[in-house]
Unconditional design. Sequence first.
Length: 323
Amino acid sequence: MSMLANAPMSNTPNADRPGNASVKEVRGAQLRDLAKTLPLRVLSEDDFTHWQTYGYVVVPNAVPDEQVRATRDFLWEFQEMDPNDPASWSRPQMRDHAMTELNNSGMVEVYNHQTLWDNRQTQRVYDAFVDIWDRTDLWVSIDRANLNTPNTGKRAFDGFIHWDADTTADPLPINVQGVLSLVDTTDDMGGFQCVPDLFANFEQWRKTAPSGRDPFRPDMDNIPYEPKRIEMKAGDLVIFNSLLAHGIRANRSDQSRIAQYISMAPATPEEQELIDWRVKSWSERLPARGHAFPGDPRNWEQTRYDRANLTPLGEKLLGKTRW
């Protein structure tokens, strides 16, 4: 197990900060400096080196095709859109976001449906995060999905780059994030983008960055590194360091980009209040904590769908069963 100690953080339902408060952040050695003690399960040695150098890694075929299709079909249903009728794609988002850069980016306010949990409790997904954290006692984040139809008309959107961690903090936060692609992406479909060269040179850049800068939004006009679009196939999972500047590109195609957000972090079984909330979120189909997660105004998760069935691995990833 790596030498990481859990740090206190706010878990209030409307915490005024980016990021996902359904798991704890940690302190200790930065993940880019972590020395492996466990054998790699999914990543290759080159994958792990790339992850530590550039802040991201793509895990191909992280979930089976049948799960990809089931999740994709469910998200179309939940959004009241027909994948074969582009006229249905222009309906406005159901609730505005406090994080305004997310408006019209296609966020789907669903958190605990069976298809989402099927992907979270997939062995290959879990094993990839074991490789990242170098420990087996992990909890999965309670997070949502994304169905980003073409960003035109009422859904005009230009994309964004940000951090979900305070990059002026000392010590710097330690966390990871992940995106499971549910479709093959092309360049004009937008999708996940990041600035890997900024991550590779992050400490040096921080020393010369302007004082008073926005800790959550890089000034891309004055950063000497270009964003990179990460090509992904349906079923691929990108895992990235929260200190990697990242975001979503606008969808300029005639197709829809669909994804699920999945991450894992070290379990904190001593945090009984957090365990209680996590189990309640799963049982009652509640959204994640924090101002970035407004929830579904129709309450469809509670009124239309059953509680998700968990595997033994899923119960541990939730915190319902201890490691």
